[in-house]
Write a protein that binds this ligand. Sequence first.
Ligand code: ZN
Length: 366
Amino acid sequence: MTTGFLHHESYLWHDTRSAGLYLPAGGMVQPGEHAENPETKRRLRSLLEVSGVMDHLVQLAPRPATEDEVLRFHTRDYIESLKTMSAGNGGMAGEGTPFGPGSWEIALLSTGGVIRALDAVVEGEVDNAYALVRPPGHHAEKDEGRGFCMLGNAVIAIKHAQAVHGLGRVATVDWDVHHGNGTEHGFYDDPSVLTISIHQDDNFPTGSGKLEDRGEGAGEGYNINVPLPPGSGHDAYVATFEQVVAPALRAFKPDLIVVPSGFDASIYDPLGRMMATSETYRRMTEILMATAAEVCGGRLMMCHEGGYSVAYVPFCGLAVMEVMSGANSGVEDPFYAAASSDGGGGIMPHQAAVVDAAAAVASAIT
Ligand code: ZN
């Protein structure tokens, strides 16, 4: 198995400004570090190197996305406003999305990095790939940024894949703890892209990601939301992948699977209330890899989204990269014993009910 890995130092220079968690500093919010800061990404990359897994990965270099590529999803007005603010002192791309000077160029490099990783998989340069990019993308809608996301990285990359490589069907499996509203929005009426999001019910964006939101027009039935209750852990996630994700992918038969990958469903995340461990991410990746091998020759590309536990994101990411590349580092997750003994690893009836309801939606896929 050859696995591509894409990252660039510039991604860590995107400035999300002074904040307390996700609130801008000011008033009674003392100035401090924004939750979406470079550190989780830097430490994930560092652990891949120190564990030795990086030696098994094919390094891919990003290039900036072109404006024409970005315009396949976003409006001209939106990108002009980003360019103007970025050329000055920075600004807000939308709800909860602060950025500093120069972030437009970094956002283009982030989107272009996801396109590059996708190209490498589609063209057979590597079997699968992970793009550790920043800023993230899955909350961005066509005319506004949201939730720390400026450009819809996965949406733009998939539209590129269809336009340039002639790919027919593409599926997305978003395991970030927050709803992948931007990806849903990008393909809501499009039957050629199956969008699946597994997220904490009504966390962010509020009111978004309901089970009954199944797409519209020709795209009806090709959007699957799995709004798991807060507190869902390993067994609930594995059940979702076994009973919803894998059957939906087998029925849909995509040419490529794209995973907007957030590690904020972990038990230690400050912005989610789920209980996934590194083993949960390992098992989800195993199921995806097996299903991808069955339906699309193993073509799988992941792009980085959220994940805010500075200490724990690296171990979740390491588990994913070990499975994708087949490289076993022998590194044990030092948090696992504590993380898996906190309760919540089993599946509770109200969680199973959501998985069952989503499985019924998935069973309608053709
Ligand atoms: Zn998230």
